[in-house]
Design a protein around this ligand. Structure first.
Ligand code: SF4
Length: 399
């Protein structure tokens, strides 16, 4: 007997696992409001504290030199291109120092796939940051970067992780996932790591004790069934390793890209967020992404299954290369989270709460606050109220 859509949603609300067929049926047929309400009920069960969390982080794109030629990417340049760059360690340290002064806790080092870079380059980046800023959580690189490091060094992926972990790597973002179905990858990024390779590398990370996140870039050439397959495959690995801390979807952003599919739209984004919350019953956090979707849609996503507002990114440039730039300052982020009926809370990469911002906290333009209930001290200089966020990015949210 074919189940009704209401029956499928009730099943998920009750905490019972949806099959791929049930998830697809609900995704394609459910009324958007009912679909979102079901996902929100699941979110409430998993996160009863009613917080809307965010992390203060910085994406540092250490190089744009890349040989993968992904058709959806506006950021990369071929290695010998006049606009190809590689940041010196001194510049990377300067940017991390700015983040620390703003009260930031997380650094995402992400770059193109440049076979001329030895593994020692990445190790030295990690070591230098940890030497100067031991308090920073290095949530860095991605499966395709690890794949390139393994090929260049002749080491196994596990050995690469062990070397990076010894140098200071704390966890790895889920970038480079796009759609984890081989047909789609062959169509949009045939030179990049396969879907099986992405899963193999995340499994290796989990096995050496590094947590990761998972992402999805939708709105390229995939079908609805392939989006569901992506999520179900993530759920299967999570059953084995419990290594994913969060899932972050974002829509393909065209502009200066070879791929030119039309924008997926806001309604579709909300559907994807809700679908993720309903299918990924073993992934604790679903992140809304204002970087690609805009702050107002990200706010709505908090009522469609998302529990996290993502990262406050400083001058990350990958999505910006498409021409897509949103700006949100810290006060705006707090206002948007409160507007969604949540209590804003700054978290760290492990999703541990660092500071809660109840309604009577008043921030001045300099970042000093009035009444407050803080779990951690004020940043020494600058004040997080000064944060201006230039959205963009490969892995356009904090991942
Ligand atoms: S998405 Fe990443 S791997 Fe693909 S071309 Fe851009 S920088 Fe290179």
């Amino acid at each position: 007997m074919i189940p009704s859509v209401d029956g499928i949603l009730d099943k998920a609300i009750a905490g019972r696992r949806l099959s791929a067929e049930e998830a697809l049926q609900a995704y394609e047929q459910a009324d958007l409001v009912a679909f979102g309400r079901a996902a929100d009920q699941v979110r409430r069960r998993l996160h009863p504290a009613n917080l809307g969390t965010f992390v203060v982080d910085r994406n540092i794109n250490y190089t744009n030199a890349c040989v993968a030629d992904c058709s959806f990417c506006a950021f990369y340049r071929p290695p010998r291109h006049p606009e190809a760059y590689r940041l010196p360690i001194t510049e990377i340290l300067r940017r991390v120092g700015e983040l620390v002064a703003m009260g930031g806790t997380q650094v995402l080092l992400q770059g193109g796939l440049d076979p001329s870079l030895p593994l020692s380059y990445y190790e030295e980046m990690c070591r230098a940051i940890k030497r100067e800023f031991p308090q920073i959580h290095l949530h860095s690189f991605s499966a395709p970067e690890i794949d390139t490091m393994a090929q260049v060094s002749g080491k196994s992926e596990r050995q690469v992780f062990e070397a990076l972990k010894a140098a200071g790597l704390d966890s790895m973002p889920g970038g480079g996932a796009e759609i984890l179905v081989e047909r789609v990858r062959q169509a949009v990024s045939p030179k990049k790591l396969s879907a099986a390779g992405w899963f193999r590398i995340h499994r290796a990370a989990h096995e050496v004790g590094l947590k990761t996140t998972a992402t999805m870039t939708y709105g390229m050439v995939e079908t609805s069934a392939e989006r569901v397959e992506h999520l179900v495959r993530l759920r299967e690995l999570q059953d084995e390793t419990y290594g994913f801390r969060a899932f972050i979807p974002w829509s393909f952003q065209r502009g200066h890209t070879v791929l030119d599919t039309p924008p997926a739209g806001g309604m579709e984004y909300l559907r994807v967020i809700a679908l993720a919350r309903l299918v990924l019953d073993n992934v604790p956090n679903i992140q809304a992404g204002w970087v690609t979707e805009g702050p107002k849609l990200a706010q709505l996503a908090l009522s469609f299954g998302a529990n996290d507002f993502g990262g406050i990114l400083v001058d990350e440039v990958v999505v910006g290369a498409t021409g897509m730039v949103y700006r949100v300052d810290r006060e705006e982020a707090l206002r948007l989270i409160r507007g969604a009926g949540r209590v804003p809370a700054q978290r760290n990469t492990k999703y541990e709460t660092l500071e809660i911002f109840p309604r009577d906290v008043i921030s001045t333009p300099s970042g000093a606050r009035g009444k407050q209930s803080a779990k951690r001290p004020e940043p020494a200089a600058g004040g997080r109220g000064d944060l201006q966020i230039t959205a963009s990015a490969l892995g356009a949210s904090s991942q």
